[in-house]
Design a protein around this ligand. Structure first.
Ligand code: CP3
Length: 376
């Protein structure tokens, strides 16, 4: 893969025609990356070392990201394939991570479905008219490839450019998306969301069913364009009890994950504060369950079951500690990960914008060094 400006030039120069053919059936991307350490670990197969990538690795911790985003709004940047490709590649070049994650946002398909919204820097997604009624739910249209053709194109560009490095596609899960739509923006308590869920279960299920369709279609487009794995982000599911999660959320996330069962790519399911939900999140149909820093990986894996790999779980705040502390935590997590059927090293949640990117680069090298298994 090209370095710095060279890579950017390559992408900008590529026409849709040349990139489209290679990955059109989705197989081109998979065949090159199916043997990668990342995909193998997701399938619980041993590899030469533990794979590592970071949630939100493409973003504000990188000066080159801040530079390229200077005059482009967040949603607008998600809609420009060449820019998406460049931003996605930045952390791969810089850190040498074992997987790229598509630069996009969980609300991109919701906007494509006709919901009027924006992503406000420092706040997050803000919805013009929060969902309150059945008519509001009806206005969320099912999406087709044409509605997200820019994402389709970005994935194809990236698969061609990344070569052996796998690309992770992603989407927001119905509960987390519903929270933004009902609250109108980020919420600490999810009070309006829960009021709708408990007060009008029929409307709640209609909303989540519609969001599950949008999410599934969005992930299908990414799989068909050649992503090597998908991650379903249910970041705010930890706000629920296990009983409520099973009743109000699990069937809808399960619908999304079951819809990808024949896709042949690992399905990662992630949430924050989900210690009590880990078995249920695995049951929803994941191949890999993401774990935050509150639960040691070996404990989490016993809860999730031996038929799934785990991903995580360094506290993103540990990256602000002196290096010996970071190193000890990485070593602890790798040791706990070795006691699981498969481990993908990651943070327990996304990279914080203030993080020193050089620390992330050192973490990647340390993970590779400490987890090396000669001969595999
Ligand atoms: O490297 C990557 O992980 C890929 C990029 C990515 C973004 N959003 C880019 C982004 C991913 C995977 C997401 C998913 C996402 N978006 C989630 C699930 C993951 C999680 O963190 O729990 C959620 C809940 C959202 C909603 C959202 N969008 C939030 C909470 C924010 C942050 C608001 C802020 O400014 O602090 C956004 C905006 C956003 N999405 C940014 C980025 C890089 C920051 C905006 C910017 O750079 O201007």
């Amino acid at each position: 893969m090209g370095e710095g400006g060279e890579g950017r030039g390559t992408i900008a120069a590529m026409s849709t025609e040349t990139t489209g053919t290679a990955a059109r059936d989705g197989e081109a991307g998979r065949s090159g990356t199916g043997g990668s350490l990342f995909v193998r670990a997701c399938w619980r197969e041993p590899g030469a070392h533990a794979p590592v990538w970071f949630m939100r690795q493409a973003g504000r911790s990188l000066p080159e990201y801040r530079e390229i985003r200077k005059n482009v709004g967040m949603l607008e940047s998600c809609r420009r394939p060449e820019l998406v490709a460049e931003i996605t590649l930045q952390p791969v070049r810089r850190h040498g991570v074992d997987a790229a994650i598509l630069f996009s946002d969980i609300v991109v398909p919701v906007a494509a479905a006709g919901v009027e919204l924006d992503i406000v820097a420092g706040t997050g997604p803000v919805v013009a008219e929060p969902v309150r009624t059945a008519a509001d739910v009806e206005r969320i249209r099912p999406i087709t490839r044409d509605d997200v053709s820019c994402v389709d194109e970005a994935v194809r560009l990236l698969v061609a450019e990344l070569g052996d490095t796998p690309l992770i596609g992603f989407a927001g899960a119905p509960f987390t998306l519903a929270s933004y739509l009902v609250e109108g923006g980020p919420s600490r308590t999810h009070a309006k969301t829960k009021a709708l869920m408990y007060g009008d279960p029929e409307l709640w299920h209609a909303l989540c069913a519609r969001l599950a369709e949008v999410t599934l279609a969005f992930l299908r487009v990414q799989v068909d364009a050649g992503v090597s794995a998908v991650q379903l982000f249910d970041s705010w599911a930890g706000a629920l009890s296990e009983a409520d999660y099973r009743r109000y959320v699990l069937p809808h996330s399960a619908r999304v994950l079951a819809g990808l069962a024949d896709a042949g790519v690992p399905r990662i399911h992630f949430g924050v504060g989900t210690a009590e939900l880990l078995p249920a999140m695995g049951e929803a149909g994941a191949d890999v369950v993401g774990v935050d820093w509150r639960t040691p990986l070996d404990v989490a894996s016993r809860r999730i079951g031996a038929d799934k790999a785990v991903q995580g779980n360094l506290d993103p705040c540990v990256l602000f500690a002196p290096w010996p502390v970071v190193e000890a935590e990485v070593r602890r997590i790798l040791a706990e990960g070795r006691a699981t059927p498969g481990h993908v090293f990651n943070l327990g949640h996304g990279v914080l914008p203030e993080t020193d990117p050089d620390v992330l680069t050192r973490v990647v090298a340390l993970v590779h060094e400490v987890s090396a298994r000669p001969g595999e």
